[in-house]
Design a protein around this ligand. Structure first.
Ligand code: CA
Length: 289
């Protein structure tokens, strides 16, 4: 099968991040949210006004989602927390407590309003991390053990499958997802990605059920079919492509976060890109707690 070469991603929002991550489209506000892990900031870009608001949180954030009751739920270095519109932070629950070299990483809400986010050892100790689930009642459950770099996750349009990236495992896995309980079973490898093409990072599922995978250090986003076939490759002018999410009022644009590579200069590193995807995606989901 021929892999379609996609071009035309452009800088959408020229707010430079050291390590941009966790783009999420907050449809009720028509805003794109994303974080800069290394700067401990939360960015909000208004689709209507074009203005960006940067909230200094004072805690390193690795993932964000809107909260149905207002403000945001976040994954921080130490665990789950909340941030209000002014940036006031409250800790909700510690995870991997006592593991000083651990931090949380990517996260996302499911359709039932649970917030999933995983952890990693800063030394990348194999299998030291976990994936956790913050339920709307505030309780935390460990969903998976034995993860090295917990990263992107998203769900199939019918909610029967959870797609998941452990970056160190160099590919994309699928699980059967129980949307009543939030439990995952039946792990299988969906896509192998040659490490020379970059490491799988954040992901986004579109309306056709295809999975867009950001390639860290690979300068691209790949689109895979639900059966794992590589359909298309979108080139970006930046090496460290960290994550992607659908947004804009018609949900037809793919927003892509990037990062600066230490000791290297790239003109557009850390900017947020937009690509008119030709297929629609799903808006970001809120934490219902
Ligand atoms: Ca990531």
């Amino acid at each position: 099968m021929t892999v379609e070469a996609l071009h035309g991603a452009e800088v959408a929002i020229d707010v430079r991040c050291l390590l941009g991550e966790s783009p999420v489209w907050h449809a009720p506000a028509e805003e794109l949210l994303w974080v800069d892990i290394r700067n401990a900031t939360l960015h909000r870009w208004s689709y209507r006004s074009g203005n960006t608001t940067t909230v200094e949180v004072g805690h390193s954030l690795s993932a964000v989602a809107p909260r149905a009751s207002g403000g945001y739920v976040v994954a921080t270095r130490l665990g789950f927390g909340t941030v209000d519109e002014e940036g006031k932070f409250d800790m909700l629950a510690l995870v991997d407590a006592g593991l000083a070299e651990h931090r949380m990483n990517d996260g996302k809400c499911d359709r039932q309003g649970r917030f999933f986010a995983g952890t990693m050892s800063e030394r990348r100790l194999p299998g030291a991390g976990s994936l956790y689930r913050l339920d709307p009642n505030g309780s935390v459950a460990r969903v998976l053990r034995g993860v090295t770099i917990s990263n992107g996750l998203d769900w199939s349009p019918d909610d029967s499958i959870m797609y998941y990236v452990d970056s160190e495992a160099a590919g994309l896995d699928a699980f059967d997802f129980n949307h009543d309980t939030g439990e995952v079973t039946g792990r299988r490898r969906l896509v192998e990605i040659d490490r020379r093409l970059g490491l799988a990072d954040g992901i986004a599922v579109d309306e056709d059920g295809c999975i867009w995978v950001a390639l860290h250090s690979g300068g691209a986003v790949h689109r895979y079919s639900p059966t794992g076939a590589l359909l298309a490759r979108l080139e970006l002018p930046v090496a460290v492509v960290t994550s992607c999410a659908f947004g804009s009022s018609d949900l037809g644009d793919l927003y892509i976060t990037t990062a600066v590579r230490p000791n290297e200069h790239e003109d557009l590193a850390g900017a947020l890109f937009r690509y008119p995807a030709g297929v629609k995606g799903f808006p970001g989901r809120s934490y219902e707690g």
